[in-house]
Design a protein around this ligand. Structure first.
Ligand code: NAI
Length: 327
């Protein structure tokens, strides 16, 4: 199939956008045969900078890039979108309370949810990277009543990839040999990267690393990795976040690695005791734009308490946006 796919990206002039757009246009999202049409959304003040990025996209002479359009109106940008990557969000400014952040992002994601509902392609898939990603996805989904809820997902793939890389380094193997990792809950410090079912080169990970390493080193390092990158770089993770966004969207559209699963925040159907309707991360398999939660995993008492803690945080975010009238 060589019909171009319409991909909308929001926050396109931001740090993640600067890495993401070039890789999409290069074919890293839908493979080396499938042309893409890029539709880029930015706030009006950022459109001049985005024009510069568009010039650079043209100068790369990517054979798969069918065309690029930019606008500050969500309804124009999302018109006919088959895949919408919602990257743009309001960052937390100094002195901003958590409720201020939820409110500022709520305004963005209610508007974008409504616009997607009205003008996106019937078959649209929506992936939210902009933070707080799970709750932003919940807001967009609830404001798009005509789009099936399973079409919305939020990014925890960066956490999943960080966990895979760290486990591979600890066991002195390659990430290609690491399988069946799970990230549960919120994309936040409460996330739970779970090694209980993980395999390394065909052996259970927990035969190769100690429980103490998992609780004292692995879990805190994975969940604090964003802060460590920010500290070192003086800017938050961008190329790795773009790469994870591509991994997430590519697996969703084309299917995850055979014999493995991945992690994605999706609208819960009540699996594993996560209240239905919350956008929470689960181990999932994917194919053809659809996902399903991996069923039947045994959940230890330790895992249960970690999942419950992260889900409690998601519930409090949901209650806050409900009180603000955003959902
Ligand atoms: P950035 O601040 O460099 O770029 C964000 C862009 O979004 C800016 O250009 C801004 O003008 C734009 N924007 C703001 N409101 C908009 C709106 N209503 N419509 C369209 N565009 C809008 O931020 P960066 O580094 O690119 O990160 C983007 C988001 O991704 C942040 O919320 C960040 O916290 C989040 N993130 C999520 C990760 C994850 O694993 N889920 C990992 C890393 C970052």
């Amino acid at each position: 199939n060589t019909t171009p796919v319409t991909v909308a990206v929001t926050g396109a002039a931001g740090q993640i956008g600067y890495s993401l757009l070039f890789r999409i246009a290069h074919g890293d999202l839908l493979g080396p045969e499938r042309p893409v049409r890029l539709r880029l959304l930015e706030i009006p003040q950022a459109l001049p900078a985005l024009e510069g990025t568009v010039m650079e996209l043209q100068d790369c002479a990517f054979p798969l890039l069918a065309d690029v359009e930019i606008d500050s109106d969500a309804r124009t940008v999302f018109d006919g979108a088959q895949l919408a990557l919602l990257v743009g969000a309001r960052p937390r400014a100094k002195g901003m309370e958590r409720s201020d952040l939820l409110e500022a992002n709520g305004a963005i994601f209610t508007e974008q949810g409504r616009a997607l509902n009205d003008v996106a392609h019937d078959d649209v898939r929506v992936v939210v990277t902009g933070n707080p990603a799970n709750t932003n996805a919940l807001i967009a989904q609830r404001n798009a009543p005509d789009i099936p809820e399973s079409r919305f997902s939020a990014l925890t793939r960066l956490d999943h990839n960080r966990a895979a890389a760290m486990l591979a380094a600890e066991t002195k193997t390659s990430v290609a040999k690491v399988k069946n990792l799970s990230v549960w809950g919120n994309h936040s410090a409460t996330q739970y990267p779970d090694l209980d079912h993980a395999m390394v080169a065909g052996r259970p990970a927990l035969d190769l690393v100690s429980r103490k390493w998992v609780t004292d080193t692995f879990i805190p390092t994975v969940s604090q990795r964003g802060a460590a990158v920010l500290q070192a770089r003086g800017a938050s993770s961008a190329a790795s976040a773009a790469s994870a966004t591509l991994d997430h969207a590519r697996d969703l559209m084309l299917g995850n690695r055979h014999g493995d699963w991945t992690s994605m925040a999706v609208v819960s159907d009540g699996s594993y005791g996560v209240p239905a309707g919350l956008v929470s991360s689960f181990p999932v398999t994917t194919s053809g734009g659809d996902w399903s939660v991996v069923q039947g995993l045994e959940i230890s008492e330790f895992s249960r308490s970690r999942i419950d803690a992260s889900v409690a945080e998601l519930e409090s975010e949901r209650d806050a946006v409900q009180q603000l009238g955003l959902i």
